[in-house]
Design a protein around this ligand. Structure first.
Ligand code: MSP
Length: 498
């Protein structure tokens, strides 16, 4: 049993949440629930990133004050959580007092230790991505992240990132699992090897941010502000001994591939400068395309997670996103793909297995099964095959292979369905003991499968598990009172876009 701290990126509040935000949040939730299932103590957090020029500008465009604007959009992110059935322990907004206090304390720590100095900055600023770039970093006149850039010059505080080139390279070397997967690690290592420059960590060209202590003309760079959220959520600065805090020592940051650099270069450098251990692991996932194309409002193909949940249930969305995308790679979100997987696995395989076995037992065995006194070879073999598929499934979690995890659970389900078809319990009328034993091992399998499947589809598995109760002589079974996953008509049309 260990303590584990799991974080999502905190989301910008310039626009409402979409499937990409939902995906990261679901991945973290499933990872959190699996850890709980394994008996670990989990702290799982998410929230919104609310400062910076981009958000100030979005508020101006909407014609309202930044605080009122961020209140509105942050609420949309917060409201998405129960819809997706997310089990987070806390939700941070960077405009909260607790966070301002943490960022101020963190800055002061870096400043007092001599890692921050006042200078002047000139460079190309990408507003959308809140980052400066030098001439040689621009690609076709745009920032390497694809945003439009403007030349800006401003007095500016710098963080002595240039002192961290060797320190970070040594850190990556000594902590080979720090960045996952390896491909992202290689990118980070080659970026750092090319040499790090000092980093501009304050701005004077806008006001919407946390003021620099003792120099309020400046606001703190939004990425420094945002990254500190992970400390705020762990009680910093009151909790000032993070290096002896078991959650901090095992913190896992899940991020999209585009923000690995911030988490795997800047963040460990800031932390080392402040005397705090870098995170245990930065885990990066790929991006969703929609129907084969980049999601965009103008194309009209932005998948709406809330619509999927209201049409098909949160279990179905959670299952699809984890099963469809090989974690770390990009993947394609399509309604057809969604319906196929839903119908074949959730409705036909799992839903059907549970409903037919549970209702059969209530009808033909009065809902009661007794503990078998001896079980024949064939039944033992079936139980072993289910157990080995499930054991294998869990072994994939260490590598964040959620789709393989599910593949193995599906294998166990298919063993159980085949077992039912082969044993044909509805034909066994004359031997109650044989019938009892077959159904008993089946229920045992359904129970185990449901426990492993529960972190991904908690509502359906919760219903199934509630129908099975152990008693002193055996088990009591209730039938399901509704269809777990009603079949979706493949020819129907659904409105699933924003
Ligand atoms: N505010 C920063 C993060 C600060 S963390 C200290 C930020 N916010 S964001 O709103 O742009 O959200 C980024 C995250 O959303 C990505 O890292 C990724 O997790 C998720 N996604 C956004 N679009 C996505 C897809 N199309 N596909 C998958 N996930 C993507 O960056």
């Amino acid at each position: 049993m260990k303590d584990i701290y799991i974080t999502t990126p905190i989301y910008y509040v310039n626009a409402k949440p979409h499937i990409g935000h939902a995906y990261t949040t679901i991945v973290c939730d499933v990872f959190a629930r699996i850890n709980k299932m394994l008996g670990n103590n989990v702290k799982f957090v998410t929230g919104t990133d609310e400062h910076g020029k981009k958000i100030e500008q979005s508020a101006v465009n909407a014609g309202i004050e930044p605080q009122a604007f961020t209140d509105q959009i942050s609420e949309l992110f917060r409201n998405m959580l129960p819809v997706l059935n997310i089990s987070n322990d806390d939700f941070i907004r960077t405009t909260q007092e607790r966070h301002k206090k943490a960022v101020t304390a963190f800055w002061t720590k870096l400043y007092d230790a001599g890692y921050i100095y006042l200078g002047e900055y000139e460079g190309w600023y990408d507003i959308r991505n809140e980052a400066y770039f030098s001439d040689d970093e621009l690609v076709d006149g745009k920032s390497p992240l694809g945003g439009d850039v403007t030349l800006m010059k401003e007095p500016c505080y710098f963080f002595r990132l240039s002192q961290f080139t060797d320190i970070l390279l040594k850190y990556y070397d000594e902590h080979p699992d720090f960045i996952f997967p390896i491909q992202r690690k290689n990118e980070v290592v080659s970026f750092v090897k090319s040499g790090l420059k000092d980093l501009a960590v304050s701005r004077t060209t806008f006001k919407w941010g946390i003021p620099v202590p003792n120099d309020p003309k400046h606001v703190i760079y939004v990425w420094l502000d945002a990254l500190v959220n992970y400390l705020t959520l762990n009680g910093y600065p009151e909790n000032n001994d993070q290096n002896n805090d078991n959650y901090w020592l095992n913190v896992h940051h899940f991020v999209g591939k585009e923000i690995v650099r911030f988490h795997a270069v800047y963040w460990p450098a800031f932390l080392i400068a402040a005397g705090i251990n870098p995170p245990k692991q930065v885990i990066s996932h790929g991006w969703w395309l929609s129907e084969g194309e980049k999601m965009s409002k103008s194309v009209g193909n932005v998948q709406d997670p809330i619509k999927y949940c209201s049409l098909f249930g949160s279990d179905a969305l959670r299952y699809f996103v984890l099963r469809e995308l090989t974690f770390g790679n990009d993947g394609n979100f399509s309604l057809t793909g969604f319906i196929n997987r839903y119908n074949s696995v959730l409705a036909n395989a799992y839903g059907n297995l549970c409903s037919r076995v549970l209702s059969f037992i209530t009808k033909y065995c009065n809902g009661n099964l007794s503990i078998p006194s001896n079980i024949d070879e064939d039944l033992v073999e079936f139980t072993n095959s289910v157990d080995s598929a499930l054991n294998e499934s869990i072994s994939y979690i260490e590598q964040y292979s959620f789709s393989k995890y599910l593949e193995k659970i599906e294998l166990a389900i298919s063993y159980a369905n085949k077992f039912v078809d082969r044993k044909e319990p509805w034909r066994i009328k004359d031997n109650q003991t044989i019938l009892n034993n077959i159904l008993y091992v089946l229920i045992d399998a359904i129970q185990k499968i449901s426990k492993y499947f529960e972190p991904v589809i908690p509502i359906a598995c919760g219903k199934v598990l509630q129908c099975i109760t152990a008693n002193s002589e055996g088990i009591t079974i209730k039938a399901l009172d509704s269809v777990l996953f009603p079949k979706i008509d493949e020819n129907a049309t659904f409105d699933v876009y924003e």
